[in-house]
Design a protein around this ligand. Structure first.
Ligand SMILES: NC(=O)c1ccc[n+]([C@@H]2O[C@H](COP(=O)([O-])OP(=O)(O)OC[C@H]3O[C@@H](n4cnc5c(N)ncnc54)[C@H](OP(=O)(O)O)[C@@H]3O)[C@@H](O)[C@H]2O)c1
Length: 291
């Protein structure tokens, strides 16, 4: 992996050689990174071959604004498809994308996902990262982040490992959470409540602010939202997406696939580029919502 933007400072050169770049900062431990620092270039070409360095580069900011930071992570083909030809995003992914996904999951307190994605991608609980569990322990996190699924209809099987293997797999005491709405079917709610924490957060639509507040009360402040396109669009429309990690994989798919946000157009959304990394012709971009 190599950092393409912001440009690294070559040995002996001062940052003034780069017109328009803010002063470089060293890549510190996660706790050293403030929100403003995320806009600064790194001091050196980070060694991104190690997952620990990648985790440092993608550290969540500290302290977190209003206690919770929602980071989205999405992938698309060069022509903007959020699904491969089989209708799943998994086929757009590649080992480099999977590697970053593993690191982003390892940094998160909770993984938030729409029920459509959980069903299409056969979601199970997050598995502990092979080498980043020590980092999690240092930050008081269980070996892997619990899942939180968002659903209106609750067409989710209580016998799915997503629910039945959650505590065992993640080492977290918390069960998988299901955020749903008042209008959801009561009997499905009861069935799921046997195996998951079912939380009503909205009438017909999930209220993202209520979700945020609920997660904060559980101390789950670093949120990784893995989509899909409907849920992510809803989070953006509500003004609650703080950061987007967007991967472009080297494929053209054509067809009529959805893109990374679905639904009605969004007006006035404004983002700042934090960095671009390239690996095997896959581009990893990171965007921050302008306050
Ligand atoms: N390219 C990528 O990075 C990426 C990432 C994730 C997924 N995908 C792909 O996207 C496709 C799935 O798309 P999708 O849009 O259906 O996924 P989605 O957003 O994960 O799921 C949609 C479902 O989530 C629930 N939901 C979403 N917004 C809600 C809200 N505001 N209030 C209450 N419930 C809400 C509803 O669940 P119920 O139906 O249960 O009521 C809704 O039908 C799959 O092909 C998947 O592979 C791509």
């Amino acid at each position: 992996m190599q950092l393409i933007y912001p440009p690294p400072t070559p040995p002996g050169a001062s940052s003034s050689g780069y017109a328009g770049s803010p002063a470089p900062v060293d890549v510190g431990e996660p706790a050293d990174l403030g929100r403003a620092d995320l806009h600064h270039p790194v001091h050196r070409q980070a060694d991104l071959d190690g997952d620990t360095a990648l985790a440092r580069l993608y550290a969540f900011p500290q302290p977190l604004d209003d206690g919770v930071w929602i980071r989205g992570n999405m992938v698309s083909s060069i022509d903007g498809a959020a699904q491969g030809p089989d209708g799943r995003s998994g086929t757009l992914s590649n080992p480099a994308d999977q590697r970053l996904l593993g690191v982003l999951r390892a940094l998160a307190d909770v993984v938030l996902v729409g029920a459509g994605t959980a069903r299409a991608e056969h979601y199970g609980p997050v598995e502990p990262h092979p080498i980043l569990t020590d980092m999690r322990a240092r930050y008081g996190q269980p070996p892997a982040a619990p899942m939180a699924v968002v659903s209106r209809r609750l067409e989710l099987h209580p016998s799915s490992p997503l629910f039945t293997h959650a505590c065992q797999m993640t080492g977290a005491e918390q069960r998988t959470m299901v955020f749903t709405v008042d209008a959801s079917p009561v009997e499905r709610r009861s069935a799921l409540a046997e195996v998951a924490d079912v939380i009503i957060a909205g009438d017909a639509d999930i209220d993202v602010k209520a979700v945020r507040e609920h997660l904060a009360t559980r101390g789950l402040r670093r949120v990784l939202c893995e989509g899909g396109p409907q849920l992510l669009a809803h989070v953006v429309r509500a003004g609650h997406l703080d950061e987007l990690c967007f991967t472009m994989t080297p494929a053209l798919t054509g067809g009529y696939a959805t893109h990374i946000l679905d639904g009605e157009p969004i007006i006035g959304s404004d983002w700042q580029l934090a960095h671009i990394i390239e690996d095997a012709s896959t581009l990893f971009t990171r965007w921050l919502a302008r306050a």
